[in-house]
Ligand binder design. Structure first.
Ligand code: SF4
Length: 438
């Protein structure tokens, strides 16, 4: 299939993030009342709160962030107050019958909040309407984790049960080039100790691979470093996960990892992590040694594996209700102004054709290494194998996917071909974007 080869020729376009370019969705932009969109949310939904403060801006980062140094103290407090107001207004607008599967407090760097601020955000959620297995998950940098161990114990007591710490690599020269020089390996060690001592049920550590200039040997040293820190879960993101930010960085350094580079690095890490007791399905980016858990948050699992609706609060947070994708206000000042007065405002709303929602769903599901046929059918009311008959046959013949009844897993060794596999699920109007350089 031509699509497969086109995607491999421009792999940064065919990342796990869909759409390949937001301009693809312009024709689907609509005007809508946010309260009406929230009223249409399904019976089970995830909840996300965005905390945009970061100590520095990492060179590869595409997320909506603001400098912590500029807002520390009164600025963070004003944000937290507005966030609680927006959360209260959002919960009031959801259908009464909707239960919340999980709550992610992400960013940015939520660890920039005090324990008392965490508690206030969590208290705003309340105890009603929580689904069975509900949990709260958050994130931190090594520097913020190491700086104040008692704070993390208090955040645990406030009800957060899972925490993720972004390490990315222990190569300090590379960290410096990524504008993360503050996260020295000693802080990574002390940060993990602080999180473990705080008693979180799951402590995750993030690494990135195929970074421009990172060799396979050096990446495996980072994997060994992470294993030695003994978190419960290790997540390894390939650089094409991050799409535009990595493309910018690769250009700046004149170094672009090839699909073969990241396939090789993934394959080596897969073997190393499984041998060390971190179990993960081939193709998945998550490796867990927690029995019965994939290692990701309940929020993310319901959003990605079930394709469930989710509601986001905070600066430029995204939400999905059915086939309608929405983003909150993008300008910091505009967001604060609307959120603080309980006004649910949107920057962009897209009413997406089903084919695009399916593509978003499948690309993210593949980051767990598989497509669950029953979940796909429950979400879209049609069978994966019927809807994608041609793509499915091509992927099986080409040795990319294996069929197990209604489910499909990625064939070991096929990681390097993932950009091509992902693009097989693109609707026709997305295909021209494979040719457009990032
Ligand atoms: S810490 Fe995370 S959110 Fe903040 S700039 Fe770096 S990658 Fe982006």
């Amino acid at each position: 299939m031509l699509t497969f080869d086109r995607a491999l020729a421009n792999p940064l376009r065919a990342s796990v993030m869909y759409p390949p370019d937001r301009r693809l969705f312009r024709p689907f932009a609509v005007a809508a009342r946010v309260a009406d969109l929230l009223a249409a949310v399904g019976p089970r939904a995830g909840l996300y709160a965005h905390v945009p403060f970061c100590e520095t801006k990492c060179t590869y980062c595409d997320y909506e962030t603001v400098p912590l140094g500029k807002y520390a103290g009164a600025g963070v407090e004003a944000y937290v107050q507005a966030l609680c107001t927006e959360l209260r207004t959002t919960l009031a607008a959801l259908p009464r019958a909707t239960t919340i599967t999980g709550f992610d407090i992400g960013g940015g760097t939520p660890g920039a909040m005090s324990a008392e601020q965490f508690l206030r955000v969590i208290d705003t959620l309340g105890a009603a309407r929580l689904a069975a297995g509900f949990e709260i998950s958050t994130e931190t940098t090594p520097t913020l984790a190491a700086a104040d161990p008692p704070k993390w114990a208090a955040i645990r007591r406030a009800g957060v049960s899972r925490v993720s710490m972004g390490v990315q690599t222990d190569d300090e020269a590379l960290l410096g080039r990524m504008n993360r020089a503050q996260d020295k390996s000693d802080r990574m060690r002390r940060g993990i100790d602080a999180l473990r001592d705080a008693g979180f049920a799951i402590v995750n550590l993030d690494l990135m691979f195929a970074l421009p200039g990172l060799t396979a040997e050096r990446f495996i040293e980072s994997v060994d470093f992470a294993i030695a820190l003994a978190p419960d879960v290790i997540t390894i993101y390939d650089t094409v996960y991050k799409n535009r930010g990595i493309a910018t960085q690769a250009r700046r350094w004149d170094l672009t990892p090839s699909p073969k580079d990241y396939g090789d690095q993934y394959d080596r890490a897969f073997l190393r992590l499984n041998a060390a007791g971190y179990r993960g399905r081939y193709g998945s980016v998550n490796f867990s040694r927690v029995p019965g858990r994939l290692g990701t948050s309940r929020y993310l699992e319901s959003r990605i594996l079930d394709g469930a609706d989710y509601a986001g609060v905070g600066l430029y947070a995204s939400s999905l209700a059915g086939n309608v994708w929405r983003f909150g206000k993008k300008s910091y000042g505009a967001w604060i102004e609307h959120a603080a007065r309980g006004d649910l405002a949107a920057e962009d709303v897209y009413a997406l054709p089903k084919a695009h929602v399916m593509a978003k769903y499948l690309l993210l599901a593949l980051s767990y290494g598989y497509v669950d046929g029953a979940r796909f059918q429950a979400r879209f009311a049609e069978r994966f194998s019927d809807r994608f008959a041609r793509a499915r046959s091509f992927a099986i013949d080409r040795g990319l996917l294996q069929q197990h009844g209604d489910d499909y897993t990625i064939v070991p060794g096929a990681f390097a071909d993932l950009p091509g596999l992902r693009a097989l699920f693109y609707p026709d109007d997305a295909l021209p974007w494979l040719e457009v350089p990032l």
